[in-house]
Design a protein around this ligand. Sequence first.
Ligand SMILES: [Mn+2]
Length: 360
Amino acid sequence: MDAFDYDRRIELLRQQLAEHECDAFFSVSPPDNAYLTGFFGSTSGVLITRGEALLLCDFRYAEQASLLTSGVTPVICKGSFDHRLGEHLLHAGVKRAAFDPGCITVSRYDTIKSVFPGSLNPAPELCRKLREIKEPAEVNCIRAASRLAEESLECVLGTVKCGMRENEFAAALEFEFRKRGAQGPSFDTIVLFGARSSLPHGKPESNPLEIGDIVLVDCGCVLEGYCSDLTRTFVFGRIPGTWFSDIYAYVYRAQSNALNSVCSGANTRDVDKAARVVIESAGYGAQFGHGTGHAVGLEVHENPRVNAESDSRLASGMVITVEPGIYIPGQGGVRIEDLVSVTDDGSEVLTLTSKELRIL
Ligand SMILES: [Mn+2]
């Protein structure tokens, strides 16, 4: 496993705190807490002050927390977790504590507020912003998670036969993920046959695979805490019609065009445009109703987002997806998705599976 420099991340966060004129940061967000400390439990709190870095968790995670190699001090809490967090803020003499308003519920906020009399300052751009730029070791984890998902997909594609069900395919894929060392899927696996492929985020059901069906698979796994994301669209037995070859070609071209636009300094809106312009000029603009992509890391959907309204500059170290699609209700859809990392001199596509139309 790649070793991460948590102390460096905490130091970067402290620099951000100074800019926000705050003397502490607290978080109850598992991905932020994993990023700052290496702790992957489902419930935890992190409190960073100028001099201290605390990880609050409960008895279930005591041993796990004691094994952490980061410079963080574990605190095992009993009773109301958020209450304890408020008390620690109070006892540390904190005056202005920054937190991410997108990662806490109103009731948890209220509990902390009821104990801590200082100021709570919303700062969505703190830890999540740091997470946008991946360290080389993080990119390696995402690359490995991508390889694992791709190998699993290849394995299941080898077993495809008439009558196989969508949910059977999805279960087989997730079984392969686990068998190969993944912690699990990074989101609910999407497997859609035939006309159901027009549902961009449809759920696998029990309908059987038939000759001439489209097979759309959108899947990803988690490895060492990092997510992958991959979509391919195949056909089973034969191509359902020229309409399908046509939309496949448009999506293929849109996806390549957007991938080619990915580089440090590019605006996310322009990456979206690079895909959209191809699909629009083919007359399918209305059938491509979602954004072109999103960043991936400890969470499968991270910032920056890549869509027509987004306005972020890509920078070396970011890892995003490029996944345009065309969806025709009642007929079927096509989506092609790769992971791409932004590098100093351009980009590196992390997904290696072929995108040529494949007949299973
Ligand atoms: Mn995606």
